[in-house]
Design a protein around this ligand. Structure first.
Ligand SMILES: Cc1cc2nc3c(=O)[nH]c(=O)nc-3n(C[C@H](O)[C@H](O)[C@H](O)COP(=O)(O)O)c2cc1C
Length: 202
């Protein structure tokens, strides 16, 4: 069975609604590893050897974070910069992570129609995940279809957010139990709770 590790990156965890709830629910999923990056490295002093060991001893890397300026929060970027070293994750002889899988779980305040050519964000949310997708590719890691929540701050979406959180734990369990196929995401696709609910066995 795939060994799953969830990396959570949220500098404002205490004020978070959607991610804090997702993180709490992830904590109820047995048999997976949880890493709260901001709790573990509040001063950004990342233990590279420890992180590389974590990557080697797991098969599926879940990155859970709120979208900040169309990117990851800065500690998750720092983690990538330091941990995915040349000769380890990429480059000559850098094949340690080949065959692993990356699952992004992102929340964004912008609603779906804002992430469109006519919306104020101009591009689909999926486009802003391309740096992660390409990072995975360079490291020979399979980039799974990202799980995304649009409109994360909208109170009137409460039922929608609840559904999203419930399906997040289903996704984690599905990854843990080998029920979610570890196959490369199709271009431009995002995973929504309803798609997940419709996936066989998840
Ligand atoms: C510094 C900062 C930058 C942000 N940048 C974006 C952004 O580029 N696009 C977007 O849709 N939301 C953006 N947001 C909103 C967050 O994505 C939103 O607060 C988060 O998804 C809510 O999740 P939470 O309840 O777990 O905090 C930003 C928020 C902050 C604080």
């Amino acid at each position: 069975m795939p060994r799953v590790i969830v990396y959570y990156a949220h500098p404002g965890h205490r004020h978070s609604q959607s991610n804090a709830a997702m993180w709490k629910r992830a904590g109820q999923v047995e048999g997976i590893t949880l890493v709260d990056l901001y709790a573990e490295y509040p001063r950004f002093h990342i233990n590279i050897a420890k992180e590389q060991d974590r990557l080697l001893s797991h098969d599926v890397y879940v990155f859970q974070f709120p979208l900040f300026w169309y990117s990851t929060p800065s500690l998750l970027k720092e983690w990538q910069d330091l941990v995915l070293e040349h000769g380890f994750a990429y480059g000559k002889d850098g094949t340690a992570l080949a065959g692993k899988a990356m699952q992004v779980a992102v929340t964004a305040a912008g609603p779906e129609d804002a992430y469109a050519p006519t919306g104020y964000n101009r591009y689909p949310l999926r486009d802003f995940l391309r740096p992660l997708e390409q990072t995975a590719r360079l490291c020979c890691i399979t980039f799974l279809t990202p799980y995304a929540l649009h409109g994360s701050l909208k109170a009137h979406n409460k039922a929608h957010i609840e559904h999203h959180i419930a399906q997040y734990s289903n996704l984690l369990e599905g990854l843990r139990d080998g029920r979610v196929p570890l196959k490369e995401a199709a271009p431009g696709t995002l995973l929504a709770p309803d798609t997940l609910a419709g996936m066989q066995g998840v």
